[in-house]
Design a protein around this ligand. Structure first.
Ligand code: DGL
Length: 357
C-alpha cells in the first residue's frame, strides 16, 4: 500500500516539475498580446448574482491576466489597455486606432498572436473590420463574455483562456480574424450576436461556426471561403478617418424622414436594412434613388438576419444602380461599404467587393 502511494506521489510530483519546467521556458511558449478595450468581460456587478445591471469596462487588462494564471502555462502573455469602454460606444476612430496597433504588433517577430477583449454588443463589427484590414496571417482572436467578472460562473476567464490558446495556436494561422466564446470558434464574417443575455449568444445563421475549443486546444472543421486580412485591398495605415456610412431600417408604414436627414447630414453611403429579401418600401425607394442620383452609394441589406440578398431580386439594382449585400447583415455591410469607399465610388466595383469579402 505504502509503495503504491509513494509511486503515485512520485508521479504527481514529477508531473508538477515537468509543468513548472515547461512554464519556466518562456522561449517555448507563443507570445500572445492581449489588447483590452472594455466590455462585460471587464465588467463588475454589486453582487455575485448580478448578471444584468452591472457596469462594463471597469477591470483593467493586468487584472484580467492575473485572474487567469493558467494562461501562463500555455503562452507568454502581455497586455495593453487600448480603451476602456462599453462596446456600444465603439467608433470608427477606435477601430482605426485598434487596427493600426494590431498591425504594428503583428509586424514584430516576437509577437505570435493577438487577443482583443471586447464588449459583445459590437464585437462582431470590430471583428469584421479587423478581418478586412489586418495585414498578417498571424491569429487575431476577439473575445468577450456575457457575465461580468464578479458573477457566479463568470464566462470571461474560460473564454479568455481559450482565446489565448487559440491565438497562440498553429491551427489558427491564416484563418482570418476569429471570435471565440462559449468553447466555439467563429469566423468574423458570419458571426453575429443573436441573444441579449445568454452565454451562447454568438451564432452563425445557416453558415455555421468554424470549430471548437476543447481540452486546451483548437479543433477546426471549416474555413471561410471569403477573402480576408492579407488578401484584401484595404489599407488603413494612412487613414485618419472613414467615410460616413449610415443604416436606414425599414418596417411597415416607414417614411423617408430618417433617410433624408442622413443624406442631408452628408452620408457618403447608405445601407438599407430592408424587409424580407431587402425589399424597398416605396417612400424609402424614392428617397434612396434620389440619394443615389446625388452620388450617395446605396447597399441593399436585410433586417431578416440570414440568407442571400440577391442582386436584381426584390429590386432592379441594375436600373437603380444599387449594390446587393450578399449575406452581410446591415451592420457588417456598413463596414465593407465604408472601406470600399476608401478605394472607389464605382458601384459595380463595390458590388464585386460584396461578392468577394
Ligand atoms: N455594454 C455592453 C458591451 O460593452 C455589455 C455587453 C457585453 O460586453 O457583453 O458590449
Amino acid at each position: 500500500m505504502r509503495t503504491l502511494f509513494s509511486r503515485a506521489l512520485g508521479l504527481v510530483l514529477g508531473l508538477a516539475v515537468m509543468m513548472a519546467a515547461q512554464a519556466a521556458e518562456p522561449g517555448k511558449l507563443p507570445h500572445v498580446v492581449i489588447l483590452a478595450t472594455g466590455g462585460t468581460i471587464a465588467g463588475s456587478g454589486a453582487t455575485t448574482t448580478t448578471t444584468v445591471g452591472y457596469t462594463a469596462a471597469t477591470v483593467g487588462v493586468q487584472s484580467l491576466i492575473q485572474a487567469v494564471p493558467e494562461m501562463q502555462k500555455v503562452a507568454r502573455v502581455t497586455g495593453e489597455q487600448v480603451f476602456q469602454i462599453a462596446s456600444e460606444n465603439m467608433s470608427n476612430a477606435h477601430w482605426l486606432t485598434l487596427g493600426k496597433r494590431v498591425n504594428a504588433l503583428l509586424a514584430q517577430s516576437d509577437v505570435d498572436g493577438i487577443v482583443i477583449t471586447h464588449g459583445t454588443d459590437t464585437l462582431e463589427e470590430t471583428a469584421y473590420f479587423l478581418n478586412l484590414v489586418v495585414k498578417s496571417r498571424k491569429p487575431v482572436v476577439v473575445v468577450g463574455s456575457m457575465r461580468p467578472s464578479t458573477a457566479i460562473s463568470a464566462d470571461g476567464p474560460i473564454n479568455l483562456y481559450n482565446a489565448v490558446i487559440l491565438a497562440g495556436s498553429q491551427e489558427a494561422i491564416g484563418k482570418g480574424v476569429l471570435v471565440c466564446l462559449n468553447d466555439q470558434i467563429s469566423g468574423a464574417r458570419d458571426v453575429t450576436k443573436s441573444n441579449t443575455s445568454t452565454a451562447d449568444t454568438f451564432r452563425n445563421p445557416d453558415l455555421g461556426m468554424l470549430g471548437y475549443m476543447q481540452g486546451n486546444r483548437a479543433y477546426f472543421y471549416k474555413t471561410s471561403t471569403r477573402k480576408h486580412t492579407l488578401d484584401t485591398e484595404f489599407d488603413i495605415s494612412k487613414l485618419d478617418s472613414l467615410p460616413q456610412v449610415d443604416i436606414v431600417y425599414s418596417y411597415a408604414n416607414v417614411n423617408a424622414t430618417a433617410l433624408n436627414a442622413l443624406v442631408a447630414a452628408g452620408a457618403k453611403g447608405i445601407v438599407h436594412a430592408g424587409v424580407g429579401d431587402g425589399s424597398l418600401p416605396n417612400p424609402v425607394k424614392d428617397g434612396l434613388l434620389k440619394a443615389r442620383k446625388s452620388g450617395v452609394l446605396v447597399v441593399r441589406s436585410s433586417r431578416v438576419g440570414s440568407g442571400i440578398i440577391a442582386r436584381n431580386g426584390e429590386a432592379n439594382d441594375d436600373e437603380l444602380d444599387f449594390v446587393a449585400s450578399d449575406t452581410l447583415n446591415p451592420q457588417k455591410a456598413r463596414i465593407l461599404l465604408m472601406l470600399a469607399l476608401t478605394r472607389t465610388s464605382d458601384s459595380k466595383a463595390i458590388q464585386q467587393m460584396f461578392w468577394t469579402y
